[in-house]
Design a protein around this ligand. Structure first.
Ligand SMILES: C[S@@+](CC[C@H](N)C(=O)[O-])C[C@H]1O[C@@H](n2cnc3c(N)ncnc32)[C@H](O)[C@@H]1O
Length: 250
């Protein structure tokens, strides 16, 4: 374990909410703007007429973008400061709703299969209990719905964060990494360090399949040469991993 104390991830994201929202709307987070959001759109495909669940929606920016085409988007996040921003910035839209809760608690309050699509952009590795998160998502998806998710790349995140000491990183063990959150075009980190629950790839595939999800596609998105030139450092390896799954058959 890198950090023996269990971090309060909701407090981290509450503390970071304001600056994180500013980073996102500034367009200076190249990875968000040029890699992650396009990957989620690619994996979701045609959203028209669809009801979409955004798990760990943060400031609501991506939910609002998806809502441009979708029938309805519901964003769920336990960080109240993030949801306050989401309400303030995008809550006026008729087809967007934001809920201040964990996905685990939100799904328990719903009995029906509600969603055609679920997305989780960089939130699965922020959640302490992946097993419960995936089970919860599955419980409120319609039969064989789409689930698209991005995470920090479990093979390479340690190199990217310069965690080379084996004491600090053991690929095969689930463990906590708490590091400064910095984006490429902005020197200052977010006010609070953020937690990544490192899990080997096999843990993701095992949990997905155990809860009835079928992995259709795994992507390792990287920038095209024009986008890579905008980064202060070259991309020597993929920094993110994306999954497209078919949800449980009901
Ligand atoms: C790295 S942020 C990503 C936010 C947003 N998806 C984005 O793309 O900007 C991770 C988010 O996951 C949320 N999160 C952590 N655990 C969660 C859970 N159990 N259910 C739903 N969201 C969770 C955090 O509060 C945080 O806002």
């Amino acid at each position: 374990m890198v950090n023996p104390r269990f971090p309060d991830t909701v407090a981290e994201w509450n503390e970071n909410a304001l600056l994180r929202h500013r980073q996102i709307i500034s367009g200076n987070d190249l990875s968000y703007e040029k890699i992650l959001v396009p990957t989620i759109f690619q994996l979701v495909g045609d959203a028209s007429g669809k009801t979409i669940l955004d798990v760990g929606c943060g400031d609501g920016d991506l939910a609002a973008r998806l809502a441009d085409n979708a029938k309805k988007v519901v964003g769920v996040d336990p960080a109240g400061k993030m949801i306050e921003i989401a309400h303030r910035e995008y809550g006026h839209r008729k087809n967007v709703e934001f809920v201040n809760n964990t996905i685990e608690a939100y799904s328990e309050s719903k009995s029906a299969s509600l969603y055609d699509v679920a997305i989780a952009n960089m939130s699965l590795m922020s959640a302490p209990n992946l097993d419960r998160v995936i089970e919860s998502i599955g419980s409120i998806l319609k039969s064989e719905a789409i689930f698209a998710a991005t995470i920090t790349h479990p093979f390479f995140w340690n190199f990217y964060k310069h965690l080379k000491d084996p004491e600090e990183f053991d690929y095969s063990q689930e463990h906590i990494q708490r590091t400064p959150f910095v984006i490429s075009l902005y020197d200052e980190p977010l006010p609070s360090e953020t937690t990544v629950f490192h899990r080997p790839l096999g843990t993701y595939t095992e949990i997905f399949t155990r809860h009835g999800f079928r992995i259709e596609q795994i992507l390792e998105p990287v920038p095209n040469p024009d986008v890579e030139r905008l980064y202060p450092e070259p991309w020597l390896f993929p920094r993110f991993l994306a999954f497209k799954c078919t949800g449980p058959k009901k």
